[in-house]
Write a protein of this length. Structure first.
Length: 121
């Protein structure tokens, strides 16, 4: 499921969002595209059981945590400033955090991962 999410679902969702903004693309679209490509690259490395997969996974998970925390913190700072708390921003920030909280322990403790890669994350 991890490989499907990172190699297929994330890039497709990103491309759909970029095509919705095709008339006026911005830097967010380029950053999203770069992230989708990196996500696909990580997923392919895990799928192919490459030696660099765990290193890439750590970078990917840390990146997701940092970005998620920054988005949540941004939404909270706006809220503390007196504006309305954006539920959309909170979801955008909490989604990658939840993703990491599910998958990092899996790669860290799974017997299947240990049998496939020879060790855990």
């Amino acid at each position: 499921m991890f490989c499907v999410a990172t190699t297929i679902l994330t890039p497709i969702a990103t491309l759909v969002r970029i095509f919705q903004h095709l008339i006026s693309p911005d830097w967010d679209d380029l950053i999203s595209l770069a992230f989708a490509l990196f996500s696909g690259y990580v997923g392919i490395n895990v799928w192919m059981v490459n030696k660099s997969a765990f290193r890439l996974l750590k970078v990917y998970f840390i990146f997701l945590l940092v970005v998620g925390c920054l988005v949540v913190a941004s939404a909270l700072f706006v809220w503390w400033g007196g504006e309305e708390l954006s539920a959309q921003e909170m979801v955008l920030g909490l989604r990658p955090i939840l993703f990491v909280l599910i998958w990092w322990p899996y790669f860290n403790m799974s017997k299947r991962v240990k049998e496939t890669f020879g060790s855990n994350l």
